[in-house]
Design a binder for this molecule. Structure first.
Ligand SMILES: [Zn+2]
Length: 246
């Protein structure tokens, strides 16, 4: 995720890959890509889970002096499901992802129906772009920082990151195990364990993780326990430095 959309871990992820792990071959399994693509597939299609359903409601609002259409759109985005980090289908994640789309709309659009129509069209385009960035070509995912999408916001990264234009390639491998192996694990950690297990089965030398508590999610099977590899935990120091939080 930090490679295709701006998150607090984006800067460390790019810098480590460009500077420290330059000669490595990068791998990812199909299920990891599928998990990322699922974030913006709104299967439930309800007001609470699908931000597009919520933003259709703008059509019914009359513009008031209290709040602009953009202000209303942000409130509707936030007014969804609060929990549910599994699959990231919560309104906080959705607001980070779509607030830029709201912001980019022309301020002169005053008709709620037109506003809603253009907004939903642009949200759908952003989801399509995100999915295309995660679609491999001949088994290779090409990462190009100039195509990174706004998500958590540019205050999380130093702009000098964009002066480096090296593209990177990640091999997308077929899943080498069935997720059913992890059926007894809690749903929240099942998929992480599955991904660690598949990477260790490939005998990788290094795993990049975005979760400081990754040890709780590592697969406990005998093969994984006996295979040791380096784990690098991505850090959000760049964001903290930019915001004066260090
Ligand atoms: Zn395992």
């Amino acid at each position: 995720m930090p490679l295709v959309a701006i998150t607090p871990l984006t800067q460390d992820c790019y810098e480590k890959i460009w500077n420290k792990f330059t000669d490595c071959t990068f791998l990812i399994h199909e299920d990891s890509i599928e998990e990322l693509k699922n974030i913006f597939k709104f299967k439930a299609n309800t007001f609470y889970s699908n931000p597009i359903r919520r933003l259709e409601k703008i059509k019914d609002y009359q513009k008031t002096e209290i709040l602009s259409l953009k202000g209303m759109a942000i409130k509707l985005l936030l007014d969804g499901q609060m929990g549910g980090w599994i699959g990231n289908k919560n309104s906080r994640v959705q607001t980070f992802f779509f607030s830029d789309v709201i912001d980019s709309l022309d301020d002169t659009i005053s008709d709620p129906k037109a506003f809603s129509h253009i907004l939903i069209e642009n949200m759908t385009t952003k989801i399509d772009t995100y999915n295309k960035l995660l679609t491999p070509n001949n088994g290779i995912l090409t990462i190009d920082i100039s195509k990174i999408l706004p998500y958590w916001g540019h205050h999380n990264i130093d702009k000098s990151l964009f002066s480096e234009m090296k593209k990177m390639e990640i091999k997308v491998l077929p899943d080498n195990e069935l997720i059913e192996m992890f059926v007894d694990q809690p749903a929240a950690t099942r998929r992480d364990s599955y991904h660690y297990h598949m990477l260790k089965k490939e005998k990788v030398d290094l795993i990049l993780v975005g979760d400081a508590n990754y040890k709780n999610n590592i697969c406990p099977c005998e093969n994984c326990s006996s295979y040791k590899c380096e784990i690098y935990i991505l850090k959000d120091d760049a964001r903290k430095k930019l915001l004066g939080l260090l």
